[in-house]
Design a protein around this ligand. Structure first.
Ligand code: KIV
Length: 264
């Protein structure tokens, strides 16, 4: 199998083939996901919650993401690896370039940034300098203190229209992938149809081009809380490799996420 590329992901969207993604933070799990054919691994700043035990992603540093990126890429032979630029690491153009370069040097194939139109110049600048970018809209956890909690976004008309405009601006600026988190199914469907780049959903229903889960949620081992939009694939299978295969099968067949894992 060849290494997954952005053009392969774009072709999957054109061919109506679902893209499967999972967060990964270490070499052992990355190897399991890679061997199962998961196309995209995200070294997410969710590691601040599921690995470090914080109640948000805000304490995560570029060094943390860089360390875990190097671990993941050591075994991710075929999967495409995206690394999160953590909170405030892309607040200025200069810090954006510097920190994105650190993650690319650690082995990332793309960096991910949370936010809307204010990121357009940073995205253009990164792409011009050879760094592919993934956007992230909807519930953007680095802004939890603005939202006042981890809440579904885009339920009101005005918010939904803004989000669609932001998605188009990010695409125009040069993102090649978009993560859409915790939005109603109808809004996710509109965004997915409006963009020519693949849209990867989490808590965004089954109409997106692909799905991502935090691996700890997919195995039901997150400390304390399992979000409504997630599913414990280990429960049915009792084996990690089989759980990953089941996740992949159910995403590809459109069985996951079902209505019980979606917002309306
Ligand atoms: O940090 C992360 O794991 C993420 C996913 C929830 C998409 O951004």
């Amino acid at each position: 199998m060849a290494k997954v590329s952005v053009s392969r992901l774009a072709k999957m969207k054109q061919d109506n083939q679902k893209i499967t993604c999972m967060t990964a933070y270490d070499a052992s799990f990355a190897a399991i996901f890679d061997q199962a054919g998961i196309q995209v691994l995200l070294v997410g700043d969710s590691l601040g919650m599921v690995l470090q035990g914080h109640d948000s992603t805000l304490p995560v540093t570029v060094n943390d993401i860089s360390y875990h990126t190097a671990s993941v890429v050591s075994t991710a032979k075929n999967s495409f690896v995206i690394s999160d630029l953590p909170f405030m690491s892309y607040a200025t153009l200069e810090s954006t370039y510097e920190n994105a370069a650190i993650l690319m040097r650690a082995g990332a194939n793309m960096v991910k940034m949370e936010g809307g139109k204010w990121l357009a110049d940073s995205i253009k600048g990164l792409v011009e300098r050879g760094i592919p970018v993934c956007g992230h809209l909807g519930l953007t956890p680095q802004s939890v203190n603005i939202f006042g909690g981890y809440k579904v976004q885009g339920r009101e008309n005005k918010q939904a229209e803004e989000l669609i405009k932001d998605a188009l601006i990010l695409q125009e600026a040069g993102i090649q992938l978009l993560v859409l988190e915790c939005v109603p199914v109808s809004l996710a469907e509109r965004v997915t149809k409006a963009l020519h780049i693949p849209v990867i959903g989490i808590g965004a229903g089954s109409e997106t081009d692909g799905q991502i889960l935090v691996m700890h949620d997919a195995f039901g081992i997150s400390a304390g809380f399992c979000p409504k939009f997630s599913k414990n694939f280990l429960l049915e299978t009792g084996d990690i490799r089989q759980a990953v295969n089941l996740y992949k099968e159910q995403v590809e067949s459109g069985q996951f996420p079902s209505a019980e894992h979606s917002f309306y």
